[in-house]
Design a protein around this ligand. Structure first.
Ligand code: IMP
Ligand code: MG
Length: 186
């Protein structure tokens, strides 16, 4: 178990992080085994790993290096939904992957599943592109989503219902660079 201080890059706002929830070694071991699960899951066919930015960027980088089969990588950026845009299926892609999705196995990689709205909306958009298959890999799942169009087939950790930061996850764009996942003070 690494302490917040010894494992962190120097960061003036660290005092707001209350506890380390998953340390760097724990994350690394789990990401390695997720990579093996994904390698074993896919048979023939092209695999496109689609990272949802920004939160998945560190997870995705570590994950793909642990997948032992040919694959392609692209990203997507979804518009964040405000309280006004709650109707189902409404998601705008701010960055739309340029790689063709049709006929490929698509693995959507997300940092954390909270309400599930992000997954539910993106799945509709991606299915329209006619992929060969569509699965979700989430690093974390708080287990509080009422309904998920697709349950993550690959999941790193069940997460506590706290606000988590680090390893790509942010609070107001801060803390993404931390090598561990910590919980913010309430
Ligand atoms: P959902 O659409 O409610 O499932 O939320 C998913 C998105 O909200 C994630 O991709 C994150 O960007 C963000 N999010 C949800 N919970 C947390 C958290 O605890 N820390 C940081 N970001 C979070
Ligand atoms: Mg975020």
């Amino acid at each position: 178990m690494t302490s917040i201080e010894s494992n962190a890059v120097s960061d003036a706002s660290l005092d707001k992080i209350r506890e380390v929830v998953f340390d760097a070694e724990t994350i690394s071991a789990r990401v390695q085994s997720l990579g093996r699960e994904i390698t074993d899951y896919y048979g023939s066919g092209e695999l496109l790993v689609l990272g949802l930015l920004k939160g998945s960027f560190i997870f995705l980088a570590d994950l793909v290096r642990n997948i032992g089969r040919p694959l392609q990588v692209d990203f997507l950026v979804a518009s964040s939904y405000g309280s006004k845009t709650t109707s189902s299926g409404e998601v705008r892609l701010v960055y739309d992957p340029k790689t063709q999705l049709k006929g490929k196995h698509i693995l959507l990689v997300e940092d954390i599943v909270d309400s599930g709205k992000t997954i539910n909306r993106l799945v509709g958009v991606l299915r329209e592109r006619d992929p060969l298959s569509l699965e979700v890999c989430a690093l974390l799942d708080k287990g509080i989503a009422n309904y998920l169009v697709i349950e993550p087939r690959f999941l790193g950790f069940e997460a506590p219902t706290k606000f988590l930061v680090g390893y790509g996850l942010d609070h107001a764009e801060n803390h993404r660079h931390l090598p561990y996942i910590g919980a913010l003070e309430e």
